[in-house]
Structure formats: C-alpha cells, structure tokens
Write a protein that binds this ligand. Structure first.
Ligand SMILES: [Mg+2]
Length: 427
C-alpha cells in the first residue's frame, strides 16, 4: 500500500466484467486524519485464542468468567452490514446495542474482537455516518472501520474531471464527491436550474434553487455519471442521466446518432430492495439501475452497460480486507490476517453471495451469517445460502464466539459440521 498526499490507496480489481472494462479502479481508504480516535481496544501483542489453546484452562475463550478482564483476539474478526442487521428505519434493532457490547468485552470470555462495517448505503460523508452510528449504537465508530457504497468511488476523482453526481438529500452527495477530490461536481439540480423544462414535472424547492449552480450547457462535458445514493426523484434523475448518456461524448446540448458515445455510469451498489421500518422491503438503487437500463434500451435500441460497486462485488470485499488489516494494525497493533472473518448480513443476494464468493478466493475463512431481521424473512429460501442462519445480530455474534471456542477447545477447526445445512439450497 503506497501513501500519496496523506491518503492510503489500494487497488480494487475484478469488480465485475463491466468494471473490468475500465481496468479496475484504484481505491482509497479514508484518509488518516479521518481516523480521529485510535481504538479503544487495548493493545495485545500476543494472540489470545490459539497461543493459549494449548492450555485449555488458561484460555479466556475456553473459560467463561464472571468478571473477566478484556483482551483482544487477533485470530478472528467481525464484519457487519448495517441496514436490516443493526438498524431499521433509522432506529437500532433491539439486540444491536447488546451485540456491540458483547463484542467489546461484555461476554463470558472477556474477549474483544476487532470489527468493521460494510454497508451499501450512503448519501453522507463517512465521518457523518459514523457519528450517527456512534450515537445510535452507543459506542464510538471510527471512519477507519467503515465502508459505505460510495467509499470506493473516491479514487475515481483522479480519473474524471467534470462529473454528474446523482442521489441523496440536498447537496450532501455533492459535498461527499468534492470531499473525495472530484474537482467539478454537477448535480441534476444544476441542470434543472439552468434549463427548467429539462424535467417538466419537477420544480426545484427554494432551497434547492439557492444551492444549485447555473451552467454553460453548450460548453459543459460530463465525463462520468455517479449514482452515489438513492434517487429522491426517479423520473427527473432518470431523464437527466438518459440525456447525458445520449450525448456525443458527454457534451450537454448534443445528441448522438449512434448512442454509444455517452459517458460511463457508476452505481454505488446494486441492491434491488432494502429493509426499512415498513413491513415489506422497499425499492433500492438496483431497481433504478434496472429501470434505467430498460428505458435506455427502449429509447435507443442499444444495451446500456453500467458499472457497479458495493456488495456482492468481489472488489468491495478485497477493499474491506485491506481496511480490516489497516484497522487491526492501527487500533490493536495486530499485524497478521485473521483466520476467520464472520460477515453478518440480511440480504442473500448481496451480503451472503458476496461473502461466499469472496471466500472461494481467499486463504482465510470468510464465514457468512444471515439474520432474519431485514430483507431475509423466516421461511424464505435464500437464492444464495448462508453457512449459518440465526434470528438476530446478537445470536450471530454469540454463534461466532462459540464457534471460536469450539475451535480452540478441540485444537482444530470445526470444519463445516456447524453449517446450517437445513437452510442450504442449490443456486
Ligand atoms: Mg442490509
């Protein structure tokens, strides 16, 4: 990992076939200065579970204690999806706060576990989202342990000059993009303010009008389109994205005759639905992507190739691996890879699929756990079966601790005996 201008960079490869068209973008871990507070997890220079496993009596994971001291394991780690696992409809899921306390030492083994968050959500800066999460989960969450859907787009700032950024509330995604280093960020509001009949049925609010910027449409070239967060106005945003895609080489106020000259369009994830406070899952960014591709084809007769980040793209998990490595080093002075990373998610198509497919490519074990508090509901047959299904995130973390306990107690990996085979179906 090289360091440039105070920013750690990492290569993201193999996003998917579409992303490969662009050679696998370089990615950037949140800058060091975002990592405001080093960890609260005390340093432990020796690994806990395995080194002590030769003496079963002395191992904290093997000996449940009533008032245990807290030590940090370097042998396994946890990765959490957020919506549908820890949060729902802006409120913490009841077991989430207790689960966070459990992994921070309030467990029978007196062990703390390093962890990261990996969400497809977005629309705010990583720092702002971590402040929200810290308040909601009653613990300190650091940007150094947090990846959201658009975090990997950071590196694209060096590749493209003028970009159209779509989605999110108000000016927030423009602020995020500019924070990533994009030099000229245009929003749909700018285009509507400049030419109000762009979207016949959408009028900017006074606040949107004040914040939007007038453009010289004849001399503006969109080099790339980024959907950072969920659109608040599908019709208007799709109209503007389509207008850009049908230009000659991105020049606004032009129209291609062949419809293969437009700028690339990137989505921060592909989740078709997501879990909210509503009884049933709600449409997500993946639905907008599908709609856009269908409308583009209907109008132009050409296929639209979009590029996706987020889960389940393998590149996102590679990015997460690097973030976890950096986080364990910075916060716990751990300089080795965890033997197991338990990934806890609620969406089989992104969380479970991504974890399972990434696990096929890695030396260490990425272990998928599906909870029933979000998109996946009890009784559903997941298209992508997890290795374990539990009710809540608290059950998930307890399962991980117990599985590690069994490993050290037996002095060997429990292998696949504890898979939830009853849940498995063929893809
Ligand atoms: Mg989720």
């Amino acid at each position: 990992m090289a360091t440039t201008s105070g920013t750690q960079r990492a290569q993201l490869g193999n996003l998917d076939n579409r992303a490969d068209l662009f050679g696998g973008p370089n990615l950037t871990v949140p800058p060091k200065h975002f990592m405001a507070s080093p960890s609260h997890i005390p340093k432990l220079s020796e690994k806990v579970f395995h080194e002590q496993s030769s003496s079963t009596e002395s191992s904290p994971i093997n000996t449940p204690m009533h008032h245990p001291p807290s030590v940090t394991t370097d042998d396994f780690a946890l990765a959490f999806d957020i919506d549908g696992v820890l949060m729902k409809g802006g409120q913490p899921i009841p077991e989430a706060v207790e689960a966070m306390k459990y992994i921070n030492g309030e467990n029978p083994y007196g062990v703390k576990v390093p962890y990261i968050f990996l969400t497809n959500g977005g629309g705010k800066t990583e720092k702002e989202r971590c402040l929200d999460l810290s308040r909601q989960l009653e613990l300190d969450v650091d940007p150094g342990q947090f990846i959201c859907g658009h975090t990997p787009m950071r590196e694209m700032a060096e590749r493209y000059g003028t970009v159209l950024v779509v989605g999110g509330e108000g000016e927030k995604c423009r602020v995020v993009a500019e924070g990533y280093g994009f030099k000229d960020v245009i929003t749909p509001g700018d285009i509507i303010k400049t030419r109000h009949d762009t979207t016949p049925f959408r009028t900017l609010t006074d606040e949107e009008h004040d914040n939007s910027r007038l453009l010289d449409l004849d001399n503006t070239r969109i080099e790339a389109i980024f959907v950072f967060a969920d659109s608040r106005d599908w019709a208007g945003d799709q109209q503007i994205i389509l207008d850009c895609l049908m230009t000659k080489d991105g020049w606004l106020n032009t129209r291609s005759q062949i419809f293969t000259e437009g700028p690339p369009v990137f989505f921060s994830h592909t989740d078709v639905v997501w879990s909210t406070s509503h009884d049933y899952s709600r449409l997500g960014m993946g639905a907008l992507r599908a709609s856009l591709e269908a409308v583009y084809s209907a109008i132009t007769g050409k296929d639209l190739n979009t590029i996706a980040f987020g889960k389940p793209q393998i590149g996102t998990y590679q990015f997460a691996t690097r973030l976890l490595k950096q986080w364990r080093k910075d916060s716990c002075d751990i300089d080795r890879s965890p033997s197991t990373v338990y990934f806890i998610g609620d969406t089989p198509e992104s969380d479970i699929r991504g974890t399972n497919e990434f696990n096929d490519t890695t030396d260490n074990d990425w272990y998928s756990i599906l909870v029933k508090t979000g998109v996946y509901q009890d009784g559903d047959k997941p298209r992508f079966p997890p290795r374990k299904t539990v009710d809540t995130v608290l059950d998930a973390v307890k399962f991980a601790f117990e599985r590690e306990h069994k490993k050290t107690a037996k002095g060997e990996i429990v292998s696949e005996l504890d898979y939830d085979t009853s849940e498995q179906v063929s893809n």
